[in-house]
Design a binder for this molecule. Sequence first.
Ligand code: Z16
Length: 814
Amino acid sequence: MTEITAPKSPVTAEQFADEIREQLKYAQGVTVEQATAADVYVAAAKAVRNHLQDAWFTTQADTVNGNTKAVGYLSAEFLMGKQLENALLNAGLTDQFDAAVEALGFQPKDIVDAEYEPGLGNGGLGRLAACFIDSLASLGVPAFGYGIQYRYGIFKQQFDENGKQVETPDYWLSNEEPWGHIDYNRDQKVSFGGEVVEENGKKVWKPAWSVRAVPVDYLVPGYKSQRVNTLRLWTARSYDEFDLLAFNRSEYMEAVEPKVKAENISKILYPEDSTKVGKELRLEQQYFFVSASLHDAIRVFYPGQDKPDLTTFPDKITFQLNDTHPVIGIPELMRILIDEYGYDWDTAWTITQKTFNYTCHTLLPEALEVWPSSLIGELLPRHLEIIEKISDQFKAELKDKGVAENTINDMAIYTGDAVRMAYLATYGGSHVNGVAELHSQLLKDVTLKNFSDAYPDKFTNVTNGVTPRRFIKLANPALSDLITEGLGTDKWLSDLELLQGLAPLAQDDEFVKKFAAVKQANKHSFVGFAKDHYGIDIDENTMFNTMVKRLHEYKRQSLKILAVISRYAGIKNGTINADDVLPRTVFFGAKAAPGYYLAKMTIQLINNVSRVVNNDPDVKGKLAVHMLPNYNIEMAQNLIPATELDEQISQAGKEASGTGNMKFALNGALTVGTLDGANVEIRERVGAENFFLFGMNVDEVESLYATGYDPAKYYEADPRLKQAIDLVAGGTFSEGDRNAYAPLVADWLTKDWFMTLADFSSYANIQAQIEELYTHPLDWNRKAILNVANSGFFSSDRSIEDYLERIWHTGPLA
Ligand code: Z16
């Protein structure tokens, strides 16, 4: 084992400035005088990367030769956020950077801002993957993140003059991207299509076409661990640049067709969150990165070996399947072992089952991928055969266990017409986990009940977490300093349970005032950020009330906007006394999947409520609403620390976990929320008296579905709700056009699948409690401090420790 060397010895600010100058001169070819903030950003990124290089080499060597098994995190998404500040923090170069950049005549903030945020994920699942690889590196666990370097990330969101969402492409690679190392020498070939033939009694796959998978490596530096792991994102290239014959005949478009077809594979991120898409290209993407990654792991762990002993593969690396997206990896590893390395079926199966584990991130049945067999057969004919055989073996195993015939049919992996990827993952791996206690329980009781009955020991829970480095230290430096002052140490950044030491300080009025001042300063900063970025004016002396997350019916942005409308109407018509109204600014941020009709209409409604409310002198100073465009990591880092009241109002039993909820609690916002996902655990930890709970629980939701849900009944019963819906239907937010929101209104009144109307009264009623508390700032802030103090559990370091213990059975390098 190689000795751990510290990152390149710490440098002074002067030395770091020289390193930046050197990069500007020799790598970018610009003088200091010519350099723009964007140039300095690239130069500083490369300079800090150089400081991490030795630790990266050491970690790579120890990953292969060291004392513990590595983790491979297979994920279609990694939503990393900007990298520079994080790399500086983990390299211990933040102060040097600040001084060096100033010496060069720039503001550090302008340099950090010059980075373009990569959007290689949709939302929670992709951001969780980014938090997890941060924690793996910080804990010193050898790990690879494996995914796709999409050329276009999640679309950029704008709003047109009618308030409708407009998507524009996110061409994030149009400027120099200093972090990724493209490595043409460690490429992999990934094949598709064709047919399976028998040769000498053996199945042989004769694919029709292949693409070249080229890895782009990103450093994943650990915080204070001296370790730097690897995020390996594959990009698709063509083996044939163009077809020379076609080109010679002047058929230019046809000539580049093979190149276009190959490169399309890594071209775009599907902009869907918790909804399945079932498109051929998506399956191509999934197979592309999973096949390349499995072959890569064999190359890494058995270097130069033609006949490696792959029975040891599960001792070298354990692969986590992040949702169903990488589950094609199960038949792919079977194929590799049998067809490429000559193992028999049973040996291959033992290896495969030991190698994989599956995390389910949803409770929506429609989000569990099911692929038509015809599609798999066309694209991956050998895999379809293997899946059929796995399915048969599974049925036989269930029969042996005495499982009833009809239950066995219900559990089919391969139905003849389709392949159910969640079932394949559950059978094909060692462990299955949900992402919060409630979610894992519902997986066992409902979604995967038959599987849990047949294999109870497979099922476990790992509650999600978030990295305190990005979401406290970088996002909220003022709170970080106060925490360090309060605890007398900054060790909490790698041991977040230490935050508990803040609990007694909630009774110390001086500390509470300092805490309140930090929040106020963060609100003030956000006002500046919003002015710069969105050109809006915000009154910092109003309560900042935020709902940011993907737009989905189950998350119930509708509930929030209906409550806002009801408040607006109440002030206007005098049913609410304007003097009693606590001034609030409501922030929404949410992208809708481009094809999701009702979600897009909800965005349009929010924008138009914003237009009407913000321009109405009757509610001025009392209520303002902003739909902030293009919610992303940068906005989260600015808005979360400034938020006082966070909305986590999904229908109970629908949000698997949520991770925004954790970020808000850790930054001292109070939550108004339902008993859903990780809200349940947040409330348990911070204390019921420090959490605004409302709405039905899972059992109540279930019995209401069972007895027949009629939303119109709730509309008739609560005049506040009726008035709000009537205003939408009557054209108040569409310049008199009564049709503008007709489909949304019709859905509320006749379907309302996620029971927004049923929870409205409870939600509207709890607002009085919230506002009463807010008028007592010391009491409010005491509760906010207790939220921070008791949320240490929600560090992604703790999540990773749970995975290590319950699922991966590995640990840090010595
Ligand atoms: C996703 O972001 C999530 C689930 C899913 O099946 C697919 C995608 Cl792209 C989210 C869950 O909705 C959320 O509750 C959870 O916190 C997050 O994954 C991380 O587990």
